[in-house]
Ligand binder design. Structure first.
Ligand code: ZN
Length: 230
């Protein structure tokens, strides 16, 4: 999912060191992000070979979790480097969508749940309103492909696609499936594609195990404190 990869460009160390990294600032992360979502180097010339609604149906289980992000992506090009203003806008947009995801989470799992209000969708609606998408079918040597592009150019085009993909997940998916990893240090955001909506961690082997060990230690500590009180 393009929106999931975009939201998690704000990386937090799931092991709890407190370290974090804004990967939107990293040229190699950006190159990897763009190429893995079908963009070529110059952004403007590349229509998108993907239906945003299809993004939602892709199983989230096979894509990267916080612990498996490829940090050594090859630098494919630097022509796609955003300007200072574009980078600021990308961060603003990402932080807005992260906030919306927090609000969705709060509305589903908060104690008590805090209902969503129209204003929560303001930043998403802003980016949905700008461009209109055009689609066309390309027939190439027996292969059919639907290409999509927006009238926005460069990074504006990318943000328009992210907004559309997020909105498609909202409209066709379930709010309960928008999740933030249960490891409070991790903050990884994802869409739970499991049948029974049971995916509590971005990665069971990493965050899941870490939290299991933490709970075990806390219980053991509680027991030894109880004993010392006797
Ligand atoms: Zn996690």
């Amino acid at each position: 999912m393009i929106w999931k990869d975009f939201l998690n460009s704000l990386w937090h160390d799931w092991r709890g060191s407190g370290a974090s990294e804004d990967r939107l600032e990293s040229p190699s992360w950006r190159s990897h992000f763009l190429s893995s979502h079908g963009y070529s180097d110059d952004l403007t010339a590349s229509p998108i070979a993907n239906d945003p609604a299809m993004d939602m149906q892709a199983s989230d289980n096979t894509t990267a979790s916080n612990s498996t992000v490829d940090k050594k992506a090859t630098d494919i090009a630097t022509t796609s480097n955003p300007t200072v203003d574009e980078l600021n806008e990308l961060k603003h947009f990402r932080d807005g969508l992260r906030e919306l995801t927090h609000r969705i989470n709060e509305s589903v799992r908060g104690t008590p749940p805090v209902p969503l209000v129209q204003n929560d969708f303001a930043i998403l609606n802003k980016y949905l309103a700008v461009p209109s998408f055009t689609r066309r079918i390309v027939w190439d040597a027996g292969t059919l492909q639907m290409l999509e592009s927006s009238q926005a150019v460069g990074w504006g085009n990318v943000m328009a696609r992210i907004a559309t993909a997020y909105a498609a997940t909202l409209a066709h998916g379930e709010l309960e499936r928008f999740r933030i990893c249960d490891n409070p240090d991790c903050k990884w955001m994802y869409y739970d594609g499991t049948r029974n909506r049971s995916k509590r961690y971005c990665d069971d082997k990493c965050c899941g195990n870490l939290m299991k060990v933490r709970r075990f230690r806390e219980r053991a500590k509680g027991k030894s404190e109880d004993r010392s009180k006797d």
